[in-house]
Write a protein that binds this ligand. Structure first.
Ligand SMILES: Cc1ncc(C[n+]2csc(CCOP(=O)(O)OP(=O)(O)O)c2C)c(N)n1
Ligand SMILES: [Mg+2]
Length: 564
């Protein structure tokens, strides 16, 4: 005989889970009661949003399912932003929530919320468990959907009486899905069609997104790109998938992408998309997106096709299978000479961002910091200007080395996500880059970091503003800085101290020296090498902006640049 709570934990173990993030409360107490000796380690964050973001950080680097748990009502509603985030960014996540006891469901009981209904539109799959007998099958199916195909979030809501009840338990079960037509691999003929399209194209390009990383087919993708040798760029989640030193790589594309990437994407006549959703931050005005291009979309999720306009060729399936199949065919094919197009699109210096103006010291600071990072470090960026500066300056070829909330753009993501990343990779240097706004959304997780002694390096780019919003106000709302001023920020170094974390401050003035002064360099090295939690506040100019910028609703060719 086993209790429902023990069965849940045994089923988690059977799915390979040894670490979960969460926060206890009434309805989920039986599960907490069973934790000890279960083989599942629980990390107590200081907010359920911290738990779900930490589970996401863990999943994003480990490539495994992240697990978060919370109690009913407010515990569960605090998970919602993380669930939405995991849906947007294809993160395998299972959230287990306690629910009021079965007999009370629907009675507006204490701490009752309809978690199933609340999260229905943002989960890949969810269940309100109706009987203890269902638990093993529900967990097996939930994990299957979280990790299969395009990964995403799953919610399993379990009434507290079922966690307390007992039954005879024969062990965890396996889930076998029905084979659906969409699951069958792409027909092999796609390669002939695609080779023919390539042979007719004069301005082909390749766009690499998150799917390339999720497939695990990075070496195969890189070989294919070498063979194609066409101008190539990445979305924010594709960063690191392409070796940034190859001559055909043009950097990040989209709203804050490079001039070269956006220009090539605007002018192309054949766009090959490898696992990207093509959301509006990438396309600019969808009606004027790549106006002359035929689109070939390598994709695992049929729902992502034809979002901007119908593609000419959809290559459905796991990129780990479709990329090698395409490459194999290309070995035998002769490709047209597009060296003129390549020379124009990849001309000297076109992919380089040449920061001018007020952002220059901050960008220099990030360059100095990133260049000192050990290989295979992980940068976790929050949301705002600092995020885009960090993405622009990320030049590593580590495919899981840049993590951020891209699709949802959820401020407060970075600090708790860094907790999950560091727990997944205890030896890795984890650098959290946050803003003075975003850090205050989950700053309580400094307590989690301190308690676990995680050597996370937290950098706050302190511009005393909700900078990205202020930038839009400056450019599109006649400098009406309505409610974006944060000049009454607390002293973050003192806050760190209160959490028993070492804090220090660097003023942007020191980044104006060329080369940077030896003691500043040493300070950064010491900061990065320490095996203790550290916090560093960088004082950034309040009116520094991120450029290039494609204004919302403009075409990619209509980039704004820093004024001289
Ligand atoms: C939870 C949430 N609320 C609001 C926003 C809208 N928003 C996007 S960027 C930004 C400003 C972020 O300020 P800060 O963290 O200081 O970063 P900065 O842009 O100054 O680098 C805001 C408010 C958001 N993305 N997420
Ligand atoms: Mg700010």
């Amino acid at each position: 005989m086993r209790k429902g709570s023990q069965i849940v934990l045994e089923c988690l173990r059977a799915e390979g889970v040894d670490l979960v993030f969460g926060y206890p409360g009434g309805a989920i107490m039986p599960l907490y009661d069973a934790l000890e000796g279960s083989g599942v380690r629980h990390i107590l964050t200081r907010h359920e949003q911290g738990a779900v973001f930490a589970a996401e950080g863990y999943a994003r680097v480990a490539g495994k399912v992240g697990v978060a748990m919370a109690t009913s009502g407010p515990g569960a509603t605090n998970l919602v932003t993380g669930i939405a985030d995991a849906k947007m960014d294809s993160v395998p996540l299972v959230c287990i929530t306690g629910q009021v006891r079965s007999a009370l469901i629907g009675s507006d009981a204490f701490q009752e919320t309809d978690v199933f209904g609340l999260t229905l539109s943002m989960t890949k799959w969810s269940r309100l468990v109706k009987s203890i007998q269902e638990i093993p099958a529900v967990i097996a199916e939930g994990f299957h959907w979280a990790r299969s195909g395009r990964p995403g979030p799953v919610v399993i809501d379990i009434p507290t009486d079922l966690l307390k009840a007992s039954m005879e338990f024969g062990g965890a079960v396996k889930f076998t899905p029905h084979q659906r037509p969409a699951d069958t691999p792409a027909a092999p003929e796609f390669t002939d069609t695609l080779v023919a399209m390539l042979q007719q194209a004069s301005k082909p390009v390749a766009l690499v997104g998150a799917g390339a990383k999720l497939s695990g087919a990075i070496p195969e993708l890189r070989q294919l790109l070498d063979r194609l040798n066409v101008p190539t760029f990445a979305t924010v989640h594709g960063l690191g998938a392409v070796d940034p030193t190859v001559p055909y790589y043009l950097g990040m594309v989209g709203m804050h992408g490079t001039r070269a990437a956006n220009t090539a994407l605007h002018e192309t006549d054949l766009l090959m998309v490898f696992g990207a959703r093509l959301d509006d931050r990438v396309t600019g005005d969808p009606s004027r997106f790549a106006p002359d291009a035929k689109i070939v979309h390598f994709e695992i999720d049929p729902a992502q096709l034809d979002r901007v306009r119908p593609c000419q060729l959809a290559v459905m399936g796991d990129l780990a299978e479709t990329i090698p199949a395409f490459h194999e065919e290309l070995r035998r094919a002769s490709l047209p000479d597009c060296s003129r197009w390549r020379a124009v699109a990849c001309g000297p210096g076109r992919a380089e961002l040449d920061p001018r103006g007020l952002a220059q010291p901050t960008i220099r600071f990030l360059d100095e910091l990133f260049s000192r990072l050990p290989e295979d470090s992980v940068i976790v960026a929050d949301v705002g200007q600092h995020q885009m500066w960090a993405a622009q300056r990320y030049h590593s070829d580590s495919a899981r080395g840049f993590i951020t909330s891209g699709g949802l753009g959820a401020m407060g993501f970075a600090l708790p996500a860094a907790v999950g990343v560091q727990l997944a990779q205890p030896e890795t240097t984890v650098l959290c880059v946050s803003g003075d706004g975003g850090i205050q959304m989950n700053i309580q997780e400094l307590a989690t970091i301190r308690r676990l002694g995680l050597p996370i390096k937290t950098v706050i780019i302190d511009n005393q503003y909700l900078g990205m919003v202020r930038q839009w106000q400056q450019l599109f709302y006649q400098r009406n800085y309505a409610e974006t001023d944060l000049s009454d920020n607390p002293d973050f170094v003192e806050i760190a101290k209160a959490y028993r974390i070492t804090g220090q401050r660097i003023h942007e003035e020191v980044m104006r020296e060329f080369p940077v002064a030896a003691e500043t360099g040493d300070q950064l090295d010491r900061f990065l090498r320490s095996r203790e939690p550290e916090l560093l506040v960088f004082d950034c100019h309040p009116e520094a902006n991120v450029y290039p910028m494609v204004p919302a609703g403009a075409a990619l060719s209509e980039m704004l640049f820093e004024e001289e």
